[in-house]
Design a protein around this ligand. Structure first.
Ligand code: FES
Length: 501
């Protein structure tokens, strides 16, 4: 039996095996369809449209589509098992074809190294003499995305398909990036590959890369099998992962700390990397390194939001409400197709400020309608409240355990770069009275710090971090539940109104 698949740039034919879902087939044939929930039928993102033939309507399809859309042929690919030949179309927004994006800088390198930041969503590989002298960066969507959007869904996929499948995906992503580096700058590439490639990523990414048993990380108390620095081979190259801090806080956070230590930032301060798994570290004035992570879920990346999408062309990324009208910008000035994380944060902040959303998240109207195709429902606001509270609760608990206030909060990661800080304060994602600053991709920068320092210095740094670290497991703290419920509401809007009175 054959299924013909039409994507934005090609038409391919799949041989369908009985028992597998259409999403499984699409994944195996590298047609990338958004599948945030990993195929369990809750995210409603794996939409495909029947152009020819027949796919039965399942109960879950009724939850995901209107009767009009079902009549038009829309189905969830994770729930569909083709029984006859058919042709389906994968819509452009959902079809994530992988093309590397390359940034070139005209810099002469003297002692080049290669480093890699393995994000759950995107991977960045670069060649340079240090974080401030990077001649090429290659950005690519992590091919593991087809195994789920967040760390937990990927871990479940690893239990289902084997860690090797996730490792292979990551290897493919890395090989594609490295090939671009080699093609663009063969001379520096050949010098740099003589040294280990430092690869930083969260605990799950490192475990997938090194093919570790992920069982201990997938079940309570969620600890990785290994936390030490590890070396292995990718083809003829040596890849090295820095030590993990513990729990889901991995080598990426160790790398960010290397970068912050190198900058000699005065303590006390806090570092936050906002994402589906948000990592938070507090550096106290007496040298302690208190850390935690919180599963904020995919809302900030547009997942679990009805009209949510990644920060791609057509995503509403900035919003303002003025004179009873929504004004917005989309990425690439494209036709609005959905809303991404930064747009979502602006929308909620503006909704609160203009009293379209109440302090408890209740909507005055049935939805916030930004344009014909893009809106937020009450369920989207609820989803956002859960994500917001997960982060704010973790931040407050770390401040409480440190018993002092940070002088500053440093926001790492590309997501934070695009956020409006006023909106962050208005929605209460972070304490409004603490100054904040973005530091960009700290994990990538810190990987350069580690790759360019002598081994002995790196090992001393790892030993220092190991002796000072203190893991706070949120779920085990007595005050977690109470704080979490408290932060579901938008209390900061009161603070803001007092400031503006
Ligand atoms: S609903 Fe199909 S992957 Fe989430």
């Amino acid at each position: 039996m054959k299924v013909s698949v039409i994507t934005t740039d090609e038409q391919i034919s799949l041989n369908v095996q009985p028992g597998l879902t259409l999403l499984d087939h699409l994944k195996h044939n590298e047609v990338y369809v958004s599948s945030i929930c990993g195929g369990v039928g809750t995210c409603h993102k794996c939409r495909v449209k029947i152009e020819n033939g027949f796919l039965p309507i399942r109960d879950i399809d009724h939850k995901a589509f209107s009767s009009e859309e079902l009549k038009e042929g829309w189905r969830l690919s994770c729930q569909s098992r083709p029984r006859i030949n058919c042709t389906i179309r994968v819509p452009s927004v959902e079809n994530l074809r992988l093309q590397p994006r390359t940034l070139l800088r005209d810099i002469t390198l003297y002692d080049p190294v290669i480093v890699c930041d393995l994000g759950s969503t995107g991977v960045v590989v670069g060649i340079g003499d240090g974080y401030d002298a990077v001649s090429i960066e290659v950005h690519l969507l992590n091919k593991q995305i087809r195994y789920g959007a967040d760390v937990m869904t990927r871990l479940h996929s690893a239990q289902r398909f084997g860690v090797k499948a996730l490792q292979d995906s990551l290897y493919k992503t890395l090989r594609q990036c490295l090939k671009v580096l080699e093609e663009k700058d063969p001379e520096n590439y050949s010098k740099a590959v003589k040294k280990p490639i430092i690869c930083s990523g969260n605990s799950a990414m490192v475990s997938f890369l090194q093919n570790f048993d992920i069982t201990p990380l997938a079940v309570s108390p969620f600890q990785p099998e290994h936390t030490k620095k590890t070396q292995s081979h990718l083809d003829s190259l040596i890849i090295e992962t820095p030590p993990l801090l513990g729990g889901f806080i991995g080598a990426d956070t160790t790398a960010v700390l290397a970068y912050m230590f190198d900058l000699k930032i005065p303590t006390p301060y806090m570092m936050i990397d906002i994402g589906t798994n948000t990592e938070i570290v507090f550096l106290t004035s007496d040298g302690k390194i208190i850390f935690t992570s919180t599963p904020a879920g995919p809302a900030f990346e547009g997942g679990s939001i009805t009209k949510g999408m990644r920060a791609e062309p057509g995503a509403i990324s900035k919003l303002k409400y003025e004179n009873n009208e929504w004004h917005f910008e989309t990425i690439g000035h494209d036709t609005p197709k959905g809303i991404c994380g930064s747009g979502l944060i602006d929308a909620i902040a503006q909704g609160l400020k203009n009293k379209l959303i109440e302090q408890d998240g209740f909507l005055k109207e049935s939805s916030l309608q930004f344009c014909e195709r893009v809106y937020l429902t009450i369920d989207d606001i609820r989803e956002f409240q859960l994500a917001k509270s997960a982060i704010r609760t973790a931040v407050d608990m770390l401040i409480d355990r440190a018993n002092e206030k940070p002088q500053k909060i440093y926001l790492a990661g590309n997501f934070a770069e695009n956020l409006n800080q006023d909106s962050i304060k208005l929605i209460g994602l972070l304490p409004p009275d603490i100054p904040m600053e973005t530091i960009g991709n700290g994990s990538f920068k810190g990987s350069f710090t580690l790759a360019t320092k002598p081994y002995i210095v790196c090992n001393q740094f790892y030993e220092h971090v190991d002796s000072k670290k203190q893991h706070i497991e949120l779920a085990l703290q007595d005050d977690f539940q109470e704080r979490f419920v408290h932060h579901l509401n938008f209390h900061e809007i009161e603070y803001e109104s007092k400031l503006t009175q």
